[in-house]
Design a protein around this ligand. Structure first.
Ligand code: ADP
Ligand code: ADP
Ligand code: ZN
Ligand code: ZN
Length: 753
């Protein structure tokens, strides 16, 4: 057996971690949040592997690559090139679809160009990213942005009486004179009384005359139609040349819709008309993958057959990973983090690389227990191709298939950073570690669920795949919405429920749209107090203690790191040499309060800060720090960049800012993401406290440990996509145990047995 060797690793909180990780095996890293799993896998192994790879380039190339810091460790040996498959949103522009990112679309294109009749010509003719294939109307975007003339023009009014509602062209403005002073239209007549010809002249007219008042008397100018002028000034030009304010203003008078020329299919008429076995390319990309597979299987023939087969093989991988409900034309920017990660996995499964190290960050996120088994199979297949697979994971079903488990702990932050167990999953279940104990425990369903205080009714919901869903969501209790991926949980909760109940507080995992300088301290508003305290105690100005202004290190502008962005690689950060990552100027660092300077305070975890501020006369700061503790983020330091937080951590820090509400409805999408089994208890306790304080909590959740402890369950299904979108069950967890035809019921029965 060969191994990756890690000796004396000390990144972040790691305490001289020494490990031998078997090559060509599946190793799962477990442990509570903040115990150091990512520090080993991402910050040590992946970083060093990338660094060693860069060293193999020539001096010339190397000087153009970002300089990776060598991870803190005594030795890192026998590493193989690492590929990180994480949950960072694929994002991407609107030209990136499920089909293009998995490369299946290029196979389908070949099928149509080689075998389609009538053929639209050259291969690229079926690419919406190529001028020879794209719809000329929408440039291959499938959508067009058009002026909303209903909003720009109020037909009940006359031109002189203010019919034009778009401010830059309104009566009384310089441009507005064209329409209030034209001699070719009756400017006192309501626009709705115009004849078709008059209306056409107003919108598209040219020439004519307009009497324009200017300082030197009257002057005649040419008339330009309202629509022509709007389109010339605001549509047919590079919008980035407009000021932000103008763009926002214009945006309010535009509507986006499906392109009328290609009906959203993005391709030109010749490409759309081509048929393979009576089937058009747009029909193929619009179908759910699960339905496209049998259609492509029917395509036979010496040329088309093998190509269709290649597409089927790729599509079957997508289906196997539980994403058969997606269509190839789905834009990747609309996928969840978990869906994106699974799609990236599919791409690697298709590759023939061996001898790599694949690193996954909680690949079970967003997966129903039914599909976790299939995910585990895919990880094992990657291993069987001769790769080393490292997975950070909390799900017992993934842990169970590992060849080797590394359990980090014993707790988070400074109390973690050690390997507390190494061995097989079977041995871990007998081990005296937190993870071992959690794997052994069992629990039944909630016996005395709370009674609802009322209901919010969602009526006839049709968001995405929902099939006219009417459901009563109880208030004053904890409700779990369950179902396989794609069944419609998010559509019901984030879409329909929030529309029916606008006061709902949505706490999701989306990025916190703020600058790279944001930290828990700034996000929670703790920093203001810190600055005031430091100014008062040291007799200076609060601004000095802000890394956004006065006191910031000049080299890195208070970021502590230098970011290098490269077109073909992920951006890389290196610690600022001037301040050593401390973000402040020396003169600021020299000022201390109770023996600590402001950078020391930012290095404190929430728990340490609670001690430091224990006798501070500011209850607000202590309340906010306690909120961090309540959501299980005590291990975060006050100064850790928010951009380094995982999706689950982002969601919990958002929750921390919302805890003070009462009589609110909280909506959370998979709040257990990134949580160890032991942390899940803390989360459920927090949700229970929120409910006991008079709030309503609705969670979308797969974790059966949460589901069994909810007061009420709404189960959607039976499958994803078109075969989902129905309510299968509404009731208490105990009632769910008896439900028929629900995958959730089936797995809950197994879990509590
Ligand atoms: P896990 O993956 O087990 O949740 P991590 O390895 O992410 O744990 O974190 C271990 C410790 O290191 C935690 O205390 C965490 O706050 C800290 N840490 C992680 N990333 C950073 C970072 N970029 N800067 C500062 N501290 C960090
Ligand atoms: P779940 O939350 O149960 O995983 P979703 O509500 O996300 O399910 O998805 C339900 C269906 O709606 C799926 O077929 C999915 O592909 C589709 N869908 C979800 N979001 C979008 C979107 N932004 N655009 C188009 N279809 C979507
Ligand atoms: Zn079009
Ligand atoms: Zn600096």
């Amino acid at each position: 057996m060969k191994y990756l060797h890690i000796v004396g690793a000390r990144e972040n909180n790691l305490r001289d971690v020494t490990l031998r990780i078997p090559k060509e095996r599946l190793t799962v890293f477990t442990g509570v949040s903040g115990s150091g799993k990512s520090s080993v896998v991402f910050d040590t192994i992946a970083v060093e592997s990338q660094r060693q790879l860069n060293e193999t380039y020539t001096w010339f190339v190397r000087n153009r690559l970002p300089k990776h810091e060598k991870p803190h460790a005594d030795a890192l040996e026998e590493l193989t090139p690492a590929i990180v498959v994480d949950q960072r949103p694929i994002g991407g522009h609107s030209r990136s679809t499920v089909g293009t990112m998995t490369d299946v679309y290029s196979v389908i294109r070949v099928l149509f160009s080689r075998h389609g009749t009538p053929s639209a010509g050259g291969a690229t003719a079926y690419s919406f990213n190529d001028p020879s294939g794209m719809c000329p109307e929408c440039d291959g975007l499938g959508r067009t942005v058009r002026p909303d003339y209903e909003r720009i023009l109020d037909p009940s009014k006359s031109l002189a009486g203010g019919a034009i509602a778009f401010p830059p062209f309104a009566a009384g403005t310089w441009q507005g004179q064209t329409y209030t002073n034209t001699t070719d239209l009756d400017t006192a007549k309501p626009v709705r009384d115009f004849t078709a010809a008059e209306r056409e002249f107003l919108m598209r007219g040219r020439g004519g005359t307009v009497n324009v008042a200017n300082t030197g008397g009257r002057r005649d100018i040419d008339f330009e139609g309202l629509a022509d002028r709007f389109e010339r000034l605001y549509l047919n030009r590079d919008l980035s040349t407009l000021s932000g304010r103008t763009r926002d203003l214009v945006g309010r008078y535009l509507t986006e819709g499906t392109c009328p020329a290609c009906d959203g299919a993005r391709l030109n008429a010749a490409a759309l008309a081509t048929r393979v076995e009576g089937l058009g390319i747009a029909e193929c990309t619009r179908m759910e993958i699960g339905e496209l597979i049998p259609v492509l299987r029917r395509i036979k023939g010496a040329v088309a057959g093998p190509i269709a087969e290649a597409a089927v093989t790729a599509l079957e991988r997508i289906e196997a990973i539980g994403l058969g409900y997606l269509s190839l034309d789905r834009e990747t920017s609309t996928l969840s983090g978990g869906e994106g990660q699974r799609l990236k996995t599919v791409r690697h499964l298709g590759s023939s690389l061996t001898g790599m190290t694949y690193i996954f960050d909680e690949p079970s996120v967003g997966l129903h227990p039914r599909d976790v088994g299939r995910l585990a199979d895919l990880l094992l297949r990657l291993r069987d191709k001769g790769n080393t697979v490292l997975v950070v994971e909390h799900d017992p079903d993934v842990i169970a298939v590992a060849d080797h488990v590394v359990d980090m702990g014993p707790a988070g932050g400074a109390d973690g950073g050690r390997v507390v167990f190494e061995g097989t999953p079977g041995a871990l279940r007998r081990a005296d570690t937190l993870t071992g104990r959690c794997l052994r425990r069992t629990g039944g369903v909630k016996e005395r669920p709370r009674a609802a205080t009322g209901h919010v009714t969602v009526e006839g919901a049709r968001v995405h795949n929902l099939k006219d869903v009417t459901v009563r969501v109880p208030t004053g209790v904890l409700t779990a919405v369950t179902g396989v991926a794609g069944s419609g949980k998010s559509s019901l909760v984030s879409g329909a429920l929030c529309a029916a109940h606008p006061e709902a507080v949505v706490v999701d995992q989306s990025s916190i749209g703020i600058s790279g300088r944001s930290t828990p301290a700034t996000y929670l508003g703790i920093m203001d107090t810190v600055r005031k305290v430091f100014a008062r105690e040291t007799g200076t100005e609060p601004g000095l203690f802000s890394f956004n202004s006065g006191g910031a290190c000049e080299r890195c502008e208070g970021r502590g790191v230098i970011l290098s962005d490269l077109a073909f690689m992920d951006p890389v950060t290196t610690v600022c040499e001037a301040c050593g990552g401390r973000r402040f100027k020396d003169e600021v660092l020299g000022r201390t309060v109770r023996g600590r300077n402001v950078a020391d305070v930012l290095d404190m975890t929430a728990a340490q800060a609670l001690d430091y501020f224990a006798d501070l006369d500011d209850k607000g700061v202590r309340r906010r720090l306690r909120a961090l503790r309540d959501v299980g983020l005590t291990y975060l330091t006050l100064g850790q960049p928010l951009s380094t937080l995982s999706g689950g951590e982002r969601q919990r820090i958002k929750l921390a800012t919302q805890l003070h509400r009462s009589a609110a409805t909280y909506v959370l999408d998979e709040p257990t993401t990134g949580l160890h089994m032991a942390d899940v208890d803390g989360l459920v306790a927090l949700l229970d406290r929120l409910v006991d304080a008079g709030n309503t909590v609705v969670v979308v959740e797969h974790n059966l440990d949460v589901v069994r402890r909810a007061d009420w369950i709404i189960d959607l299904g039976p499958e994803g996509g078109r075969h989902g979108g129905e309510v299968l069950f509404e009731g208490t967890p105990a009632q769910l145990l008896d439900a028929e035809g629900s995958f959730t019921a089936e797995h809950l029965r197994r879990a509590v047995a």
